[in-house]
Design a protein around this ligand. Sequence first.
Ligand SMILES: [Zn+2]
Length: 572
Amino acid sequence: MKALQLHVDYIEYEPLRREGAVSEEVQPGPKSLRDAIVLFTSIEEKDDEEVAEELLREVADSMGRLGVDTLLIYPYAHLSNTLAPPMKALHLVRHMERRAQEVGLKVYRAPFGWNKRFSLSVKGHPLAEQFRVVSQETLKSRGTVEARATQVAVVEERETQHVQMGRELDLFSIHTVLGSGLPIFHARGRIIRDELIKLIREVNARLGFEEVWTPHLFKSDIWYQTGHYEHYRDRMFIFTVRGDEYVVKPMNCPGHAMIYASRPRSYRDLPVMFSEFGTVYRNEQPGELTGLFRVRSITQDDGHAFVRPDQIEEVIVRILNEVIWVLRLTVPGRISATLSTRPQSFIGDPAKWDEATEALKKALRESGMDYELKEGEGAFYGPKIDVDVEDSLGRRWQCSTVQLDFFLPERLDLKYVERDGSQSRPIMIHRAILGSIERFMGILLEHYNWRLPLWLSPTQVVVLPVSEKNREYASKLKERLCSEGIRAELWVEGTLEKRIRAAHQLRASFMAIVGDEEESSGTVTLRDYKGRVVRGLGGTQLSGWLLDQIRRRTNNRGEIDDTLSPAGGVLR
Ligand SMILES: [Zn+2]
């Protein structure tokens, strides 16, 4: 089967006279369609239903990507000289039409067995014209390739799955008109981001990182000083306004270094630490962009510590312990680390490098983490530790990084005053725990397979009154849960069954159902996503149980457990 697929602004066609032995009955007169895919199709001798289905699948996929849902199947004998007999060809064309309807396309078919006049206007974009060939032979060879590629395909399919979750759960979306790699977060997705930020804020407070804020762009001058302009230029967004050149920040480090340099620092002040949930912009190649895993707008849970050489080990141990705590809590898989050491070309004093690398090794041992040594693979400006976590699909994700830097303090002339009044350079430690908030969210969505733990869930409780009569009581319950800091919503529209189904679809953690019985006894019935139900709960008991799960950030994804049983409390 051969097909010429055209994306048209319009097509107009009109059957003129019958041609050949088999022709369909038609309504006379011209027909026209706008913004459609026209599929000029030649059915060949050896084609069968399988071939027809495969061709239609390819076309439907391509239409999905183009965002077009109108298809005109146009029998067209001129693409092949081994045509199928007319009856068979008509049968297969009809088969394709039915399949197209089944996958939800608006499908039209130009009549079979007629001479037709047609005129059309093809759109000018690169995918507007495509030629397709499918036969039993191509299907067979594809089969063997597919078998070999299964492993890869499974992973790739999973990789895009969180994008589907983003759309269906109303979390985030990616729009070509806004730019690829620039996802926008909807209200519900913003909640997940904020929960992750809240978690890291707690960690920062324990570690002594002070949160700061710096702008999204700086003049080029600073990026020349830091060396980014020279080494990182291809990945920076650079623009000129009134003769001044600016760079949209690809990193937060220079701003934090400037805060350090804004006042004299003594050896007693160190370590000095700044953190920022700064969104940085990197011009990744379009082909590398994947959902939230690889984006151009990256919000880092960034932090910089300015330390004395004798403080490296202690500071790193404390950071690593928090890294372990955060990763265990969020993606409870196996954690492991790598230590990348001095490369061939490097800057600074080799003795300082050795000392620092030794401190990192000690810190790793002390934190009890398994690590692999990557000899000579550090950056030219310092050794680093990367921490990986394994998700529920057995994939390893590098999330946390702790990077030592001898170079930037030198470049930006950072100093502190020693006990004896002399001046020394601090060492800078760049650290991120989640890495990129966007990417981490993608990992979580796939790891938890649609249903996030209660503490991360955008909708923790949906309050469902059984009927309109119970609305006021339900509304009070919702207000009460919200006032205690639980994300509760009141849903009143539609039948109870419909609302329960919608709550499932949105992956709401719990449903609180209130009818006459609950109202008269001042209680609530809680239902989880597995259909387990606890009746007769008091309001205090319900919110207390939920808040305990939320505060401890348990990995309860919306399941009632034995710690919740009715104690006959009264909700008033
Ligand atoms: Zn940095």
